[in-house]
Write a protein that binds this ligand. Structure first.
Ligand code: AMP
Length: 105
């Protein structure tokens, strides 16, 4: 999507250091961390929000949770929180689906 910040990061138009990447997603540090580890896991496919997913997206959504686990293992996190903000009233600022992975371990 032309005007989407996270699409630009995914496409390399805006430089970012990926701590994880595969065919489905990229992951990078949140620019305003709210925990000592705060990573964003962002699918390469532009989906605006959980409010816009369909059952066709179920395999991708399932894989994203597994990638979160892989990243947590790679960073040797002993515990972590995953969260997804949905819609303006749910605190969503960037309308490209992403999972926050946060840990103070
Ligand atoms: P949300 O409120 O769930 O949409 O989360 C958006 C997150 O993206 C916020 O935690 C921001 O700090 C983060 N963010 C915004 N711009 C960037 C950027 N250029 N690089 C990394 N994180 C960003």
């Amino acid at each position: 999507m032309n005007d989407c910040l996270f699409c630009k990061i995914v496409n390399g138009e805006i430089p970012s250091e990926f701590i994880f990447e595969n065919d489905d997603c990229v992951a990078f540090k949140d620019i305003h961390p709210k925990a000592s580890t705060h990573i964003l896991i962002v699918p390469k496919k532009h989906i605006s929000s959980i409010a816009d997913v369909s059952y066709e997206d179920a395999p991708l959504l399932g894989k994203l949770l597994n990638y979160a686990r892989e990243i947590a293992e790679k960073l040797s996190l002993s515990g972590y929180r995953l969260s997804i903000n949905v819609g303006k009233d749910g605190g969503q600022e960037i309308f490209h689906l992403h999972i926050h992975l946060m840990s103070n371990s």
